[in-house]
Design a protein. Structure first.
Length: 370
């Protein structure tokens, strides 16, 4: 490693970085409370798993600083490094500065950050999230331009969508594609982390789309909605059949609600959390076919549980779970000897790519051990 994180030389910087990251996400109090009863030995093992995952990523990094020549994957890997318990910064060397330069080199005039016309929202969202995590004020202009690009993708009256349309307030990949909850969640997370004005109209519009993706007829004004409280991929559609609720999108929906400012007592949040408790598992992505999107699920699970702020959850059978311990055990069991992770059951949605899945897994563990 490049330095001893517990050495006297780094104590002040370490403390300041921890505080800034926690408040950046807006739930420092909940994290401190939720972390208090994590098994100490398991937490130590999780830290080593993070180190092993980051070592794998460092060994796999291309000379231009990228992973898989992808802006999105590079940004996720960069986030994994700088948000880890090592709190890496650009001062630590080229393995941090080079991915930053790769991201900056792919900034476009319209504010997007991407290597291609595909996945422009995803790539821009995770890029500004990673740049924010570096805590370097030099990138503020790039981040703000990225915010403008993302908010400009949101469907509304200017694009010919009235407020009663099922796609109103949604965000897609960045072209003319239909909007979906996954893109909306990525956008909302990025805008929250980068401190977009809370009075910006993008929030209310996003909440309307997110709410219309939920199987909760009490709060969803569209006829398709069921009543289990979970989320589909988009209003009235799921890739796993009909409009079925499934784990990865329900956690994404919960994150979207919380990060957009909805209170925990809101019926939409309550319904989503009840679905999560009724379908609590880390053995599969509940509701998804063939464990598709399994590691996306683990990543969203960690974020939503940390944001919700409960250390212990009770499933539908009345069994109590320390979700941090459960997720740490599962990711430790799935880690390969080289430090990587990959979805061996389904490569769909890039989950056969070790760079992507390892970055997601480290980010999830970073939430677990904070």
């Amino acid at each position: 490693m490049s330095h001893d994180p517990d050495g006297e030389h780094f104590k002040m910087r370490k403390f300041a970085t921890i505080i800034s990251i926690l408040f950046m996400f807006g739930f420092a109090t909940e994290i401190n409370a939720a972390d208090s009863n994590m098994d100490a030995e398991l937490k130590s093992k999780a830290r080593r798993a993070v180190d092993d995952g980051l070592r794998f990523l460092r060994e796999q990094q291309a000379e231009d600083g990228s992973w898989s020549s992808s802006v999105g994957i590079t940004a996720l890997a960069l986030r994994a490094f700088v948000e880890s318990h090592r709190h890496y910064t650009e001062e630590d060397g080229a393995f941090i500065t080079r991915p930053v330069k790769f991201i900056i080199a792919n900034v476009k005039q319209d504010g997007s950050i991407t290597e291609s016309i595909n996945n422009r929202n995803y790539n821009t969202a995770v890029s500004i999230t990673a740049l924010q995590a570096t805590q370097n004020p030099q990138y503020r202009g790039t981040i703000e331009n990225g915010q403008k690009f993302i908010t400009g993708l949101q469907l509304g009256e200017a694009q010919g969508y009235e407020s009663d349309h099922k796609y109103f307030g949604g965000i897609g990949y960045g072209g003319d594609e239909r909007p979906d909850l996954s893109n909306a969640y990525m956008a909302v997370e990025a805008l929250k982390v980068t401190s977009l004005d809370e009075n910006d109209p993008v929030w209310d519009k996003a909440l309307l789309f997110i709410s219309r993706s939920q199987n909760n007829s009490e709060t969803n004004d569209l006829d398709w909605a069921g009543n289990d409280g979970g989320f589909a991929y988009m209003p009235g559609y799921s890739p796993h059949g009909g409009a079925v609720s499934y784990g990865s999108m329900t956690h994404a929906g919960l994150i979207g609600l919380l990060f957009a400012g909805v209170d925990r007592n809101d019926p939409r949040v309550k319904a989503a959390y009840e679905w999560i408790m009724a379908n609590y598992t880390l053995e599969q992505n509940p509701g998804a076919k063939h464990n598709q999107g399994l590691f996306y699920y683990y990543n969203a699970f960690a974020k939503s549980m940390a944001a919700y702020g409960e250390a212990e959850v009770t499933d539908a059978n009345g069994i109590k779970h320390n979700w941090r311990d459960d997720l740490a055990r599962k990711l430790l069991a799935l880690q390969n000897e080289d430090g990587s992770w990959v979805n061996t059951e389904s490569p769909r949605w890039w989950e056969g790519n070790k760079h992507l899945v390892t970055a997601w897994s480290v980010i999830a563990l970073n939430h677990v051990i904070r």
